[in-house]
Design a protein around this ligand. Structure first.
Ligand SMILES: Nc1nc2c(ncn2[C@@H]2O[C@H](COP(=O)(O)OP(=O)(O)OP(=O)(O)O)[C@@H](O)[C@H]2O)c(=O)[nH]1
Ligand SMILES: [Mg+2]
Length: 354
C-alpha cells in the first residue's frame, strides 16, 4: 500500500481587470466600462472512503486549477473558475513541505528527520467527505469602471488579479483500523491477518516479508473490525536500523494491539528444551517490542493489548500450561494461544469482541 506521496498544488490566479472605454458615436472616449476579472479556482482536497492508497499520485503529481477569466469591455465580469477537487483516502494527513524536500530521498534517515522538523501540518482528512481548501484561488482584479469618480471620468487604473496560492505537499496515509497486529519479524502476523479476514497478504518463512501495511476486515455477529498488519518491529528500530519505525504511524489510530509472539526455532530445535527456556524467550521478545512502542510514543504503549502466542501446535499442552503461568506472573496478564496457519484463532476472536 502506498502511504506517502508528494504533490504540487496551484490555485488559479484572479483574472485581470479590463481597461476600456465605451465607444460612442460622437465622442472619442466614452465613460469607463472595463469589467472585473473572475476568481481563480481553489484546489480542494476531499476525503473519499472508496480510495485506499495514495497510488494515484504516482501518476499525477501536479494539480493546477484554472485562472480566472479576464474582465471584458461593457463591464463584462470575467468568469470565476471551477475549483479543482483532489480526492484522497480517508486518513490522509496533509503537510506543507519546503521546496528542498520535493525530490529528496525520504528513505534517508537524516532527510526524514529534517523533514519532520520543518513540515507544517495542514489538515487531517479523517472522515469521509471532509473537504479542505488547500490552496485559495486569487480574486479577480477590478476593471477601470470601478475606479470612476466625480473627479476622474477617464480612469486609467485597473488591477491584475491576485495570484493563486501554490504549495508543495506531503500526503501521509495513516490507515484507519481498529486493531493493529504487531510483533517481531516472522512470528506470523500476516498469517494471522489472513486467518481472521479475507485479506491475502504475502507470507513467507523469512523476516521482513511485509514492507507495507496490509488491511483486512474481520466479521463476527454482524460486527466488523478493521485489522492492520504491519512490518516486523526490530530492536533499535528508532535508531533507523532495519526498515525504520515509520510504519508505526499506522498503529496510531487503532484502539487495540494484538501483540504476536512465537516460539523461536532455536529453542524448539532442541527437543529437550525446558519450558523455562521458552517462556524466557517469549518474554524477552515481548519486551523488545514494548520498548519500541514506548520509544515511538504517540500513545501506542497505552493502547489495549492482547498478547497471543502463535504456532501453538509446536508446543504441547502441558508445556503451554507451564508457560502460561510464568508469563502471567511476569506480564501481569494472560496470553492467548493460537495457530494462524491452521486457523485456530477462536480464543483471540472472543477477546477481540469483548
Ligand atoms: N507452524 C506454524 N507456522 C506458522 C504459523 N503461522 C505462521 N507460520 C509460519 O511463519 C512464517 C512467517 O509467517 P508470516 O505470516 O509471514 O510472518 P510475519 O510476522 O508477517 O513476518 P514479517 O512480515 O516478515 O514480519 C511463515 O513461514 C508461516 O507459514 C502457525 O500457526 N504455525
Ligand atoms: Mg508479515
Amino acid at each position: 500500500m502506498k502511504d506517502l506521496a508528494r504533490i504540487y498544488v496551484k490555485a488559479g490566479d484572479g483574472g485581470r481587470g479590463k481597461l476600456s472605454f465605451r465607444h460612442e458615436k460622437f465622442a472619442a472616449k466614452g465613460g469607463p466600462d472595463g469589467g472585473d476579472g473572475g476568481k481563480g479556482g481553489d484546489v480542494i482536497l476531499s476525503a473519499d472512503r472508496n480510495i485506499d492508497s495514495l497510488i494515484e499520485f504516482n501518476y499525477q503529481k501536479n494539480f493546477v486549477a484554472k485562472n480566472g477569466e479576464a474582465g471584458g469591455a461593457k463591464k463584462m465580469h470575467g468568469e470565476d473558475r471551477e475549483d479543482l477537487i483532489v480526492k484522497v483516502p480517508v486518513g490522509t494527513v496533509v503537510w506543507e513541505i519546503p521546496q528542498e524536500f520535493v525530490e529528496a530521498d525520504l528513505r534517508q534517515r537524516e532527510v526524514f528527520d529534517k523533514l519532520l522538523s520543518t513540515r507544517r501540518e495542514m489538515v487531517d482528512m479523517s472522515e469521509h467527505n471532509k473537504k479542505f481548501v488547500v490552496a485559495y484561488g486569487g480574486k479577480g482584479g477590478r476593471g477601470n469602471w470601478q475606479f470612476r469618480s466625480s473627479t476622474n471620468q477617464t480612469p486609467m487604473e485597473f488591477e491584475l488579479g491576485i495570484v493563486g496560492e501554490e504549495k508543495q505537499l506531503l500526503l501521509e496515509l495513516k490507515v484507519v483500523a481498529d486493531v493493529g497486529i504487531i510483533g517481531l519479524p516472522n512470528v506470523g502476523k500476516s498469517s494471522l491477518l489472513k486467518a481472521l479476514t479475507r485479506a491475502n497478504p504475502k507470507i513467507a518463512g523469512y523476516p521482513f516479508t511485509t514492507l507495507e501495511p496490509n488491511l483486512g476486515v474481520a466479521k463476527r455477529n454482524e460486527a466488523n473490525l478493521i485489522l492492520v498488519d504491519v512490518p516486523g518491529v526490530v530492536e533499535e528500530a528508532w535508531e533507523g536500523k532495519g526498515i525504520g519505525p515509520w510504519f508505526m504511524r499506522h498503529l496510531e489510530r487503532t484502539t487495540t494491539l494484538v501483540h504476536v509472539l512465537s516460539p523461536s526455532e532455536q529453542v524448539l530445535a532442541d527437543s529437550s528444551f525446558k519450558t523455562k527456556d521458552l517462556s524466557e524467550q517469549l518474554i524477552h521478545d515481548y519486551e523488545i517490542v514494548r520498548k519500541e512502542l514506548e520509544k515511538y510514543g504517540q500513545g501506542l504503549s497505552q493502547k489495549r493489548e492482547i498478547v497471543v502466542v502463535n504456532k501453538m501446535e509446536l508446543v504441547d499442552a502441558k508445556k503451554r500450561e507451564a508457560i502460561n503461568k510464568a508469563m502471567k506472573s511476569k506480564l501481569g496478564k494472560g496470553v492467548v494461544w493460537i495457530s494462524a496457519a491452521s486457523n485456530e484463532t477462536e480464543p483471540l476472536l472472543a477477546e477481540l469482541w469483548t
